[in-house]
Design a protein around this ligand. Structure first.
Ligand SMILES: *Cc1c(COP(=O)(O)O)cnc(C)c1O
Length: 478
């Protein structure tokens, strides 16, 4: 396994720390000095004095220390780290997609416009919504875009957003950035929206009720008709944070449940690599009555011709340069077209895998919201708190067994949370392997677990110092 191999390689030096191993036989002086204009011709550049093979080895070894979903199971709850079919990559690299310029005239990139148009239609079909913008570059960006649409819809008159405490953390951040006042309501004992609390908080000053569904404890909301009645009864909009669409594909549609607008995370549900922060895509889908506010330009079709329409006066305008992270759109399109009606099986397997794992771990870890889950579930790592074993120790011990850790200490409403999302792309063998290791860790001596990890290139790090006094830049003088 790659992890073990890394452990035996010892400390990797920084590239600057290698000593003059230069075996380049190309005379660099000759190659460049007499061709660059003299102002640019500097001596003593602070570059590492290493040969090409040293550079290649250095970065190849570093890359082998990465966790990736292509090498290990990655149960990072809320992030949907599923396997990404390689055919998506091939599609996005097709020259006609990869080499176009965003300012090319529409008649020279009909295929790209057609792809965007069809992707919008497919996302409408999947979500039960009427119109889509593909512009937002991430889930949180989609939330912000949707809230700007809501602000336009209410002409800035309604100032409040209601959020349950089981919302994803980006929801309150987006609401605040958009200038709204956030009103928090609690969840009930089943992990769903507390209806009396919603009824009490909802009035004519509230623009939007934002609901993460399924929510951050992996539970599907049970009282949608009631929620719709309460929020629409006061003229408010209901927003679905649909980043967790993995649990609903082909089974239920937010549009049918009564939501007015929502965002999707193409880079979660529709299989796009997204470790390390991007690029992503967070399309916003709306019901017909909100379509006029969508960002510009819109891709339109007249006869067989696709073009860009900038003429909508009520639009909130642009939320991003050019036309979204286009390569990401190609991957999502390829995925949707390849699976077609098979998308339903994605959701079925994602939910089955999560429930299988939850059922298998129930005896070993406390389950604060113990019921049928959607695509993910949340355990608590506090069972051995009296021995000093915490969630962070369990997460670090998992690294010794070659697994990426689950999401930890999120959501905040669960004490010592361990949030696990197996995804549909894992088979029973992988699930069973992870379950066996989780059970084993639950029974390991406290001192062993608290000292983990032992097999990784570096051991237990000082997390507090890393957060409080980050040293992000190597300094030659230091
Ligand atoms: C991941 C996620 C987001 C944020 O998406 P980004 O692309 O990371 O901005 C929002 N809501 C939920 C429920 C999520 O899982």
């Amino acid at each position: 396994m790659a992890r073990d191999a890394c452990g035996t390689l010892g400390e990797l030096k920084l590239i600057f720390e290698h000593e003059g191993t230069n075996t380049n036989y190309v005379p660099m002086d000759m190659a460049l000095n007499d061709r660059l204009p003299s102002p640019f011709n500097r001596k003593n550049l602070p570059l590492p004095d290493v040969s090409e093979v040293d550079v290649v080895r250095h970065f190849t070894l570093l890359s082998q220390r990465n966790y990736s979903v292509d090498t290990v199971f990655y149960p990072l709850g809320s992030c949907t780290m599923k396997y990404n079919p390689k055919i998506n990559e091939s599609a996005s690299r097709l020259e006609g997609f990869a080499a176009i310029h965003p300012l090319q005239p529409a008649e020279t990139c009909q295929g790209a416009l057609q792809l965007m148009y069809e992707l919008e239609r497919d996302l409408c079909e999947i979500t039960g919504m009427d119109a889509v913008t593909l512009q937002p570059a991430a889930g949180a960006h989609g939330e912000l875009t949707a809230l700007m649409i809501a602000r336009a819809h209410f002409h800035g008159k309604r100032k409040k957003i209601i959020l349950p405490d089981s919302a994803h953390g980006t929801n309150p951040a987006s609401a605040a950035i958009c200038g709204f006042e956030v009103v928090n309501i609690p969840s009930n004992e089943k992990g769903c929206v507390d209806l009396p609390a919603l009824e009490k908080a909802m009035d004519e000053t509230v623009a939007v009720f934002m609901l993460t569904n399924p929510n951050t404890v992996g539970i599907m909301e049970e009282n949608m008709p009631e929620i719709v009645r309460i929020v629409h009864g006061k003229g408010g909009l209901i927003y679905c944070d649909g980043a967790n669409m993995n649990a609903m594909l082909g089974i239920t549609r937010p549009g049918d449940q009564g939501f007015d607008l929502m965002h999707l995370n193409l880079h979660k549900t529709f299989s796009i690599p997204h470790g390390g922060g991007g690029p992503g895509s967070g399309p916003v889908c709306v019901k017909a009555h909100l379509e006029k506010y969508l960002p510009l330009p819109r891709v339109v079709k007249k006869g067989d011709e696709y073009s860009l329409d900038y003429s909508k006066p009520d639009s909130i305008g642009r939320v991003r340069s050019f036309h979204a992270n286009f390569g990401v759109l190609v991957k999502a399109y390829a995925y949707i077209k390849a699976l077609g009606p098979g998308l339903k099986k994605v959701a079925e397997a994602a939910v089955l895998n999560a429930n299988y794992m939850l059922a298998s771990l129930r005896g070993s870890y406390p389950v604060p919201h113990d019921r049928l889950c959607a695509h993910e579930f949340v355990l608590s790592g506090d069972a051995r708190a009296s021995e000093g074993v915490h969630t962070t120790d369990i997460a670090k011990r998992l690294l010794d067994y070659g697994y990426h850790a689950p999401t930890i200490y999120f959501p905040l409403i669960v004490h010592e949370a361990l949030m696990i999302e197996p995804t549909e792309t894992e088979g029973k063998e992988t699930l069973d392997g992870f379950i066996a290791v989780m059970r084993k860790i639950a029974g390991e001596p406290a001192e062993l677990v608290k000292g983990a990890p032992y097999t990784t290139p570096v051991g237990r790090l000082d997390g507090v110092a890393a957060a409080r006094k980050p040293n992000l830049r190597w300094n030659r003088e230091a």
